[in-house]
Design a protein around this ligand. Structure first.
Ligand code: HEM
Ligand code: HEM
Length: 284
């Protein structure tokens, strides 16, 4: 891998910053706020920031870069897909529980729902995230989608995944700001009490975490090598072992099969071009 040392340094920084963010969110709710509970009170609201930062920010960030860990490149693509999809599913579950907490809190306290920009953008991000998760499973994990659909959807999958992730960080920053303005009365937020400084630092760490993940996920030379593509490009009869790619392909439509079985030099070049156009990502 090119720049292995730099990748490791960025990964270690992202893990550290993400971990410290989770700890700071816990310090915030336990030391400065009412702790955690599930009784319609402020303790229930506090699950909202804690689960969002743990699940929707930290776990989602790791899910996004998991394909790029060089020591996983020897693992099968199918295993990595399960890890990527599994981590994203955990993030989704934690985000949903955190939303239930804030809605229940609002209803118990007769606070109107969905009035703020934070809540509009936040709910939109959760809806798009669930759509992304569903489509990810349907297109890239289950063996039914034809190869041309996978190739066409992969750049959209990557773009929308990164956009949703950036939106989630922005939403968290809005939520943090709102909470500080609502909760800090005497001394007020504008008087910069220690809680405000701690939580401002938490916001800064979330921006740094997001930037590190987006940087690592957008370097072309740190992408998982398209070794599986090489297998796709080989004629099926010539593959030495029964790979995941091959078995998935075998189940795809006849048109795709005949395309991929083509062993002519022209077809190989066309296939290489198609995968190059898809950002050289293995979609299988
Ligand atoms: C409320 C989503 C992060 C603080 C809400 C509501 C939604 C939401 C949908 C509306 C609930 C209702 O109307 O009953 C999200 C999402 C987040 C996120 C998707 C992650 C990206 C945060 C964070 C904080 C926070 C990190 C920090 C404390 C608040 C506050 C409210 C709220 C104070 C109540 C005021 C309002 O409705 O805007 N959130 N939130 N949120 N959230 Fe978040
Ligand atoms: C790649 C996001 C769900 C399959 C990616 C990438 C992002 C992303 C940002 C680019 C990673 C990179 O360039 O290294 C998401 C998000 C999801 C989600 C936010 C959930 C909401 C899924 C699911 C599957 C899936 C359920 C099904 C297995 C893939 C595949 C790649 C990928 C095959 C290409 C990996 C490569 O470059 O080798 N995803 N994804 N994704 N995702 Fe997802």
């Amino acid at each position: 891998m090119e720049d292995y040392g730099r990748f490791l340094a960025l990964l270690a920084s992202a893990l550290l910053v993400g971990f410290v963010s989770v700890i700071l969110s816990l310090v915030w709710v336990f030391h400065y706020r009412e702790g955690l509970s599930w009784d319609g009170g402020l303790g229930e609201f506090n699950w909202h920031p804690v689960l969002i930062i743990t699940g929707f920010v930290f776990v989602q960030g790791i899910a996004i870069i998991v394909y790029r860990l060089p020591w996983t490149w020897k693992c099968s693509k199918l295993l990595m897909k399960f890890i990527h999809a599994g981590l994203n599913t955990i993030a989704m579950i934690l985000a949903i529980v955190s939303m239930v907490a804030v809605f229940e809190f609002h209803n118990a306290k007769n606070i109107p729902n969905m009035y703020s920009l934070h809540s509009w953008i936040g709910l939109t991000a959760v809806i798009f995230y669930s759509l992304q998760l569903f489509l990810g499973f349907a297109v890239f994990l289950l063996p039914f989608a034809p190869v041309h659909l996978r190739v066409a959807l992969m750049p959209i999958h990557v773009y929308s995944g990164l956009t949703i992730f950036a939106t989630v960080i922005a939403t968290a920053l809005m939520g943090i700001t709102e909470k500080l303005i609502f909760a800090l009365k005497s001394p007020a937020y504008s008087a910069s009490p220690p809680e405000a400084t701690l939580v401002n630092c938490l916001g800064l760490l979330l921006v740094i975490f997001g930037s590190l993940i987006l940087w690592m996920a957008s370097r072309p030379h740190w992408k998982r090598p398209p070794a599986e593509n090489a297998k796709i490009l080989r004629p099926i009869g010539a593959t030495p072992d029964g790979t995941e790619v091959e078995s998935t392909l075998t189940k795809s439509s006849n048109a795709d099969k005949s395309d991929l079985r083509s062993n002519t030099e022209a077809a190989r070049k066309q296939n290489i071009k198609t995968f190059d156009e898809a950002g050289q990502r293995s979609t299988m």
